[in-house]
Design a protein around this ligand. Sequence first.
Ligand SMILES: [Zn+2]
Length: 141
Amino acid sequence: MTDRHPKGFDPIQHGLLQKLYGDLVPPLESIRVRAGLHAVVDNLFAQLGRLPSRRGFRIRRIETRNAGFLVIETSGVAAGAEDTVGEAKEAARSTCEHCGKSARLVVKVGLESLPTAPDLELGDRLLCLDCANDFRKETGL
Ligand SMILES: [Zn+2]
């Protein structure tokens, strides 16, 4: 069984973001979030792109770890950037990783899950009720 909800980002959307925001956007492989958080990532770049003094500011990496915890590595400084990054992290704490709706619960995906679903990436997931039900059915968790 393969993981139907891999981390990553849409390559076409990534190309558009790079066209719009240039060096602000990290390489495609440095954005590691599931589909439900793609809008959060989009919005992050849209907000950062509006900052007047963002010349030296960069996003180096965006990745979800364990249920709604979004890691955003940056370099440089820009007025307002910290708040914008904070807002994206906050949004990730209440967004379903699979579909983007309001998240309701955490599905545990720890080492103990491996015998039932060996191909799943470890790390707990923050999901809405529907996605949690589907995910449990698919994986047997
Ligand atoms: Zn969902």
